[in-house]
Each structure stands twice: as C-alpha cells, then as structure tokens.
Ligand binder design. Structure first.
Ligand SMILES: [Zn+2]
Length: 230
C-alpha cells in the first residue's frame, strides 16, 4: 500500500519536560470475554527483539486493548503459521478485524526517533503498521523502562491508529504523538491508556464491521440454501 492516497501516522519519542497527568479514565472493560470483539493481529518480527520480549509486549498490548473491549489473537508469523489454530491465517488481512504488525530493526528514511508508523487510506481504513527496534532500544537505555513495556505500548499505539482512523493522535495518553519520560513512567505503572472517547470509537468501528461481516455470511448462507432447493 503506497502512493499519495495513503495517510501516514508516525510517532516519535521526545525527552521533553512536559508533564501530562493522566486522569484515571474508566476502562471500558466488558463484563466477560464473550462481550469483547475479537481482533487478529499477524506479527512479523524481522528485528533483534527476542520472542520472550515480544510475547510479554503482546501481553501488554493485549491488556490495553482488552480494557477497551477488544480481545487480541496474536499470530506470531511465520512460527505460528504451522500451528493448527492459525494455519494459513498469517497472511490473511481484512480491515479492521485482521491487521498486520511488522517489527523491523530500523526505519527507512524516517526520523531516527520514530518508534512506529501506520498506513491508512483516505477513507481511514488501513491494515498495516510497523515498529522499529533501534529507537525502542534507545528509549530503554535512556529511561530504564522494560523493553516489553515500551514495545507493548507502541504496538497498542499503532494498532490504535489503524482502529481509530485518521487524525487519531490525542494531546495525552497512549495516543499522544510524542512520548515523554513521564508517559513511559506511566506506562510502566500501567497508567498509559486509551481515553474513554477512543475506547468508544474503537469499539464502535470494530462492532459495525463485525455485524456487517456476520450479515454477509448470513446472506451468502441464504443464497446457498436457496440454490439447494432449485
Ligand atoms: Zn502515533
């Protein structure tokens, strides 16, 4: 996906001194697993990030998305491609219920401090995001925050862009364009989150797509049923 029609959201780390005090926004946690919308994410790791760190980061990102009512099924590709549960699914992609995250060592042509980037078309739909190991490693060195915490929040941030659509940065919280040391300290305490407004927007976009998908399946089942009785 490329070209002028693509909108690009990048976020970078800064070491500014601004202090953003995050209010404890009520999490939109659903009462049970069944109430959550399922999101599949294929993860392609071409970076030096270890599988153990990646798994912990997925747990972090999964927790942030679970708080807004989304249950993520992570497909670690290609490793999981041979597993029965994800067989053939690594390469599947569909907006917004199956997204792709790539982990690369460095970006090509972006600012050195750019941690991640996502791509969406003019209609606000996009399925691909990338995260970069080198700026994350530098942030770890400067802040002593665990790599899995920074990576996990960066993964949730980029998935947030894909799920929220265009103009999805906010002045504070997880979707802030530039993270400060205070943001990362908040992240390590589990206090850097999606806002309530963002939670509602994510849920609403995912559930409308999910209901359209189910309606399409029901329609095709009706057609298949009708044909059987010709
Ligand atoms: Zn961003």
């Amino acid at each position: 996906m490329k070209g002028a029609a693509m909108k690009l959201s990048a976020f970078t780390s800064t070491m500014g001194l601004s202090l953003i005090v995050l209010g404890s926004l009520p999490a939109l946690a659903a009462s049970g697993k069944g109430d959550r919308v399922q999101l599949r994410v294929s993860v392609f790791n071409s970076s030096p990030i270890s599988f153990a760190t990646l798994e912990r980061a997925e747990n972090e990102a999964g927790r942030l998305l679970r708080d807004v009512g989304v249950e993520v099924v992570w497909l670690n590709c290609p490793e999981d491609a041979q597993h029965e549960a994800s067989l053939g699914r690594c390469t599947e992609v569909s907006f917004p219920l199956h997204l792709h995250l790539g982990l690369l060592r460095v970006s090509r042509g972006l600012k050195a401090s750019t941690v991640g980037i996502s791509f969406s078309a003019e209609d606000g739909q996009g399925c691909y995001a990338y995260l970069f190991y080198e700026p994350i490693r530098q942030l770890v060195e400067r802040t002593q925050v665990a790599p899995s915490v920074i990576l996990g929040h960066a993964m949730a941030h980029e998935l947030g862009h894909l799920l929220l659509g265009t103009n999805s940065h906010s002045p504070g919280g997880l979707m802030r364009a530039h993270w400060t040391p205070e943001d990362l300290a908040n992240a390590s305490r589990g206090n850097l989150r999606f806002s309530l407004e963002q939670s509602l927007r994510i849920r609403s976009r995912l559930t409308s797509q999910e209901s359209q998908r189910i309606q399409a399946i029901e329609r095709s089942a009706e057609i298949a049923g009708a044909e059987r009785f010709k």
